[in-house]
Design a protein around this ligand. Structure first.
Ligand code: SAM
Length: 289
């Protein structure tokens, strides 16, 4: 006799896990992400390198590359591609399969489809999880060598030119997808120097033209080294920026002290010290009750 309740007979079996592959082939994959890949019925791959895809195929025999859905890169908006990816994944989930979608880096950082497919799957009652991966952002802190503790802003570079974004020039500013800054069509994978010049002009409101900025590319193969190019802001339009590079603008000024808040903290500290002295002066006999 079966022990399943009637609800369990009809419960959807499909599920999806969106996992990150990390950045560097062979060394960044977490055991949990690997286990999702190995146990899936079907694995969708949105990876940065055919070599990484070949490595993935060793972990699961049913890997489907998502790269062909980009088209030739000029005739199709990227959002259309990303929606198609989510549709493909949901078709498999609805068919009752255990689906794993593998993205390079972290699946939830500057990636639309993983968030969308998880939202849709949960809305339809399916189990859906995201497993973090080592992002290019993580590699950036390690390779360029800075700590975001004093403030670090992250934006898609296009956001800086499409909108009036308030910039805190006392903190780091990290600009993603700077290689295609200003692409309103969302069909291109690179834009030219004139587009980067618009970005330079926007940034010039907050930074001097000679301010040193960094163009960073983390290693994706174990034989590679990270590349860190340091140039003056005014020269950003004169150098090529690859699709897999990130632009970092270090702080250009110091924070100014908040004198009002500091005075309040000083008063609170004085009251706390006073309280401490009073407590210490009290007789000790009740302390071991
Ligand atoms: C669509 S986002 C994907 C980011 C990815 N999910 C991650 O966790 O790094 C693509 C952008 O990530 C950054 N990126 C990708 N590969 C990189 C690399 N090897 N080194 C530095 N930045 C990289 C670039 O800013 C690029 O334009």
């Amino acid at each position: 006799m079966s022990t399943l309740s009637p609800n369990q007979y009809t419960a959807p079996r499909g599920r999806i896990a969106c996992v990150g592959m990390g950045m560097t082939l062979g060394s960044h994959l977490t055991p949990l992400a690997r286990s999702h890949i190995e146990q899936a019925d079907v694995v969708f791959a949105a990876l940065s390198d055919p070599l990484v895809e070949a490595w993935l195929e060793q972990m699961n025999a049913n890997v489907r590359s998502l790269q062909p859905y980009y088209g030739n890169g000029t005739d199709k908006p990227r959002m259309q591609t990303y929606r198609e990816w989510a549709d493909l994944m949901m078709d498999e989930v609805r068919a009752g399969r255990s689906v794993c979608a593998v993205f390079y880096g972290h699946p939830g950082i500057f990636a639309w489809t993983p968030h969308e497919v998880i939202r849709r799957a949960r809305e339809e009652g399916y189990e859906a999880v995201m497993e973090p991966g080592i992002s290019s952002e993580d590699c950036l802190y390690a390779d360029v060598g800075f700590d975001p503790a004093n403030g670090c802003q992250h934006y898609e570079a296009s956001q800086m030119v499409f909108c009036n974004v308030p910039i805190n020039s006392a903190a780091y500013l990290v600009l993603w997808q700077a290689g295609l800054v200003g692409d309103i069509s969302s069909k291109r994978f690179t834009t030219g120097p004139e587009y980067r010049q618009v970005l330079v002009d926007v940034l010039a409101a907050e930074y001097p033209p000679q301010h040193e900025i960094i163009i960073y590319r983390g290693a994706t193969l174990p034989i590679e080294q990270p590349t860190i190019r340091r140039i003056a802001l005014r020269d950003l339009s004169k150098v090529d920026v690859r699709p897999d590079e990130t632009v970092v603008i270090p702080p250009a000024r110091q924070y100014t002290p908040n004198r009002v808040a500091r005075a309040r903290l000083k008063a609170l500290d004085a009251a706390w010290q006073q309280e401490l002295c009073t407590t210490n002066e009290k007789p000790q006999e009740n302390q071991h009750a």
